[in-house]
Design a protein around this ligand. Structure first.
Ligand code: FAD
Ligand code: DLZ
Length: 507
């Protein structure tokens, strides 16, 4: 009586529900490197290498613990490239009598799992993924009937539920949220402490060669791969962040600096999303730093809010909103994704910096993703489905459950305000306030029209004008529309012509 236990690439947790449900004596763990998963979007080579290397390390760790692991490598000539086919082949190989699996992290994979019982004619148990702090059912209970799902409301419930940064029933320090203190600009000459990185070992090196050979045509550089690929490394990266960089996390959380890829961001999202770290242990490590007096409350609360608040919230929203969420297009945007997202040259310094960081690192920090890359795609009217596929492809931490709400909801306003109360639209003034990119950009951020004018300025006003009917009653945009109406009719025409000329260059 063999139980087949398929473990997917983002389920690399030793306490996974399916591993808790069986013993090594009765089970064969199945892990599958499949071409379908590596190509359903053209993932960044570092992302594929991260998944394969972390999977191979995890399989070795399980074997050391006494588990039998059947690991199907990508270059196995018999590999069919598809989860369902591989499960069926393995069920036969091991004469399995049942299958136990943990629910996949995206609708597409859950759909595949549904077919496994019929394909193998075996009893199939799909367990809930209990590595999150809020269950899908709990989120749905909270969200049901709400017109708007305000993250802050959800976050307070999660603070009370977990006791993180709580003093009885009240938040430590008297405030729930210290965001106001987290918008500082970076002083000239400020030096950021670099994050801990990991040189590729033999397993990673082998995987990198495999990926370069098979997926070298995908956007992104494999060189410089230095991600944590084991739990041990992920714990070291966490400890390093807590000790050396957490204290400054809050202050410059929203800042963007030329040639500075990481600032004080943790770079922990890939390890969290693969299951090498648990969200609770990461939050508890940050909380302990506050109580030890090594990190201030604005940094610790800001960091915990990202994980306990945003990460849990977007996961709940993804499952609550349903499988057609990624097809939403509230602003009816149809433009193909501009070529600059795939590395075509652009004179906009903010964009070239963000795309180049993405190409080199399979990473860009939150404000680059939201206010540079997302903002530009929305202002020029890009089809949100294309934007979604790009984000899913290029970031090491991109899994649909977390990527889609951030892209479709937060950055493109394509869900019509389910997630965000207004579009995150910004012109050059925002960029100039929050970054130093404009200082070395060929465009003049102060100009709206003319050959040197920063394109973001005319695009911003053109976006508002284009969507006036849809957006004008949004209370949070009142001030922006008031600004637009204060321009003379002639200036409005000049601005829109300027935007049209720029948009024509993207075609
Ligand atoms: P830090 O800035 O150090 O933040 C700490 C942790 O908080 C992160 O590791 C992450 O786990 C969590 N977090 C922060 N913000 C969010 C958020 N908005 N939603 C969910 N978790 C959050 N995050 C992903 O994990 N995968 C994605 O595919 C992804 N796509 C995004 C797309 C867009 C358009 C935007 C605006 C945000 C996206 N995010 C995504 C959220 C966020 O940008 C990344 O989690 C973060 O940049 C990862 O870097 P870090 O680990 O250094 O994060
Ligand atoms: C992202 C990814 C990639 C590139 N490759 C694999 C793979 O070969 N095998 C695997 O099990 N998972 C992979 N993943 C993650 C999946 O696409 C998907 O996100 C998870 O299976 C969802 O639980």
């Amino acid at each position: 009586m063999t139980t087949l236990v398929p473990i997917l690439g983002d389920q690399l947790s030793h306490t996974l529900a399916s591993l808790r449900a069986v013993t090594p004596a009765e089970a064969v763990v199945l892990m599958m490197e499949v071409a379908d998963e590596a190509t359903y979007v053209p993932h960044h080579p570092q992302k594929i290498a991260l998944f394969f290397s972390a999977m191979r390390h995890f399989a070795d760790e399980l074997r050391e613990q006494g588990w039998t692991v059947d690991y199907v490598r990508l270059d196995d000539p018999a590999n069919t490239g598809d989860f369902a086919d591989e499960v069926a082949r393995a069920a036969q190989r091991h004469s399995a009598s049942r299958i136990i699996s943990v629910a996949g992290g995206e609708w597409r994979v859950v759909d595949s799992q549904q077919t496994w019982a019929e394909r193998t004619r075996l009893p199939l148990t799909v367990l809930d993924d209990d590595r999150f702090l809020c269950t899908i059912e709990q989120f749905a209970g909270w969200a049901k009937g709400r017109k708007r799902m305000i993250m802050e409301d959800f976050y307070r419930i999660m603070r009370r539920q977990t006791g993180l940064l709580m003093d009885g029933d009240q938040p430590v320090g008297g405030q729930w949220n210290y965001d106001q203190e987290n918008r500082k600009s970076v002083p000239k000459g400020h030096r950021f402490t670099p994050p801990l990185r990991f040189a590729p070992d033999a397993i990673t090196t082998e995987v990198m060669a495999l990926v370069a050979g098979r997926f070298g045509n995908h956007f992104g550089s494999i060189d410089g791969f230095s991600w944590a690929v084991t739990r041990e490394q992920a714990l070291a990266a966490l400890a390093d962040f807590i000790t050396h960089r957490l204290a400054g996390f809050g202050d410059y959380q929203d800042a963007m600096v030329t040639d500075e890829d990481v600032l004080n961001h943790s770079l922990l999202a890939p390890a969290l999303n693969l299951g090498l770290l648990s969200p609770l242990e990461v939050c508890q490590a940050a909380e302990a730093a506050f109580h030890a007096g090594t990190a201030p409350l604005n940094a610790v609360e800001g960091f915990i809010r990202q994980i306990l608040g945003w990460r849990e919230y977007v996961r709940g929203l993804y499952w609550f909103a349903g499988p057609d969420y990624t097809a939403r297009n509230h602003l009816a945007a149809t433009r193909p994704l501009p070529a600059l997202y795939w590395g075509a040259p652009t004179d906009l310094k903010c964009l070239s910096q963000a795309v180049d960081a993405t190409r080199r690192n399979a990473m860009a920090h939150h404000i680059q993703r939201l206010m540079i890359l997302g903002n530009f795609a929305m202002l020029v009217g890009t089809d949100p489905a294309e934007v979604h596929r790009w984000y899913l492809a290029v970031y090491a931490d991109a899994l649909e459950w977390v990527e889609a709400p951030n892209v479709i909801g937060m950055s493109q306003f394509a869900d019509g305000g389910l997630m965000a109360t207004k579009p995150y639209a910004a012109g050059g003034a925002y960029m100039n306030r929050m970054s130093n990119h404009c200082k070395t950009c060929r465009y003049d951020v102060k100009q709206r029209t003319g050959p040197k004018a920063c394109p973001l300025n005319s695009l911003y006003w053109d976006f508002l004008a284009r969507h006036e009917e849809t957006l004008k009653n949004n209370q949070r945009l009142w001030r922006m529309y008031d600004g637009w109406r204060r321009f003379s009719a002639e200036e409005q025409v000049r601005i829109r012509e300027q935007a049209a000329r720029f948009l024509a260059t993207l075609a």
